[in-house]
Design a protein around this ligand. Structure first.
Ligand SMILES: Cc1cc2nc3c(=O)[nH]c(=O)nc-3n(C[C@H](O)[C@H](O)[C@H](O)COP(=O)(O)O)c2cc1C
Length: 174
C-alpha cells in the first residue's frame, strides 16, 4: 500500500476539519494532511494517493488557495497516482453551484494521467445544479455542513472512506 497525502483549501475551517476527519478515518498521519497554501511540487512526489479537498466560493469557484497549486499540478504527469476529491458547500444557499469548486479541481486535473476514484451518487443530496457532476455522479464526496451539520458529515465521510480502499473495487471515473 502506497502513501496517502491529503491537501485542502479552506477559508473558514470547515474543509480543514473534514480533511482531519478523513485522515482519522483512514489512519493517515497528521503530518500527511496539508493546507494547500503549503503546497510544493516535491510534496506531491512522495505520495501515491492524493485526497484533494476544496470548499466552493463566489459563484461556484474553488477555494482561492488552490488557484496556483492546481495550475502546477495540472502541468505534472500524475500517471500512477490515484486521486479522490471531497468538497464542502451549501446546497441551499448556493443550490445552482453546489460544491462546484470540486468539479473545477477535477476538470483541471482530469488530463494529468491520474486515476480518479471516490465518485459519489447524487441521490440523497438536495440541490439544483453542480459543476461537480460528471457522468451523473459527483466526482468526489460533497459535504454540506451549512444545512446538514456535523453528524451527517461524519456519516458521509465514514461511508465514503470505506469505499476508498484505492483498489479496483473503488468506483473509477474515466
Ligand atoms: C460568499 C459565499 C459564497 C459561497 N458560494 C458557494 C457556492 O457557489 N457553492 C457552494 O456549494 N457553497 C458556497 N458557499 C458555501 C461555502 O462553500 C461553505 O460554507 C463551506 O463549508 C466553507 O468551507 P471552508 O470554511 O472550508 O472554506 C459560499 C459561501 C459564501 C459565504
Amino acid at each position: 500500500m502506497g502513501k496517502t497525502g491529503i491537501f485542502y483549501g479552506s477559508t473558514t475551517g470547515t474543509t480543514e476539519e473534514i480533511a482531519n476527519l478523513i485522515a482519522q478515518k483512514l489512519g493517515i498521519s497528521p503530518d500527511d494532511v496539508h493546507d494547500v497554501r503549503d503546497f510544493t511540487r516535491e510534496m506531491i512526489d512522495q505520495y501515491d494517493y492524493l485526497i484533494l479537498g476544496t470548499s466552493t466560493w463566489g459563484d461556484g469557484e474553488m477555494q482561492e488557495d488552490w488557484l496556483e497549486p492546481v495550475e502546477v499540478l495540472s502541468q505534472m504527469n500524475l500517471t500512477g497516482k490515484t486521486i479522490a476529491f471531497f468538497g464542502s458547500g451549501d446546497s441551499q444557499g448556493n443550490s445552482f453551484s453546489f460544491c462546484s469548486g470540486m468539479g473545477e479541481l477535477y476538470k483541471k486535473l482530469k488530463n494529468t494521467g491520474a486515476t480518479f476514484v471516490g465518485c459519489v451518487p447524487h441521490d440523497g443530496y438536495n440541490f439544483n445544479h453542480s459543476e461537480a457532476i460528471e457522468d451523473d455522479r459527483f466526482v468526489g464526496l460533497p459535504l454540506d455542513e451549512v444545512n446538514e451539520g456535523k453528524p451527517v458529515t461524519e456519516k458521509r465521510v465514514e461511508e465514503w472512506t470505506k469505499t476508498l480502499n484505492f483498489n479496483p473495487r473503488s468506483q473509477k471515473l474515466d
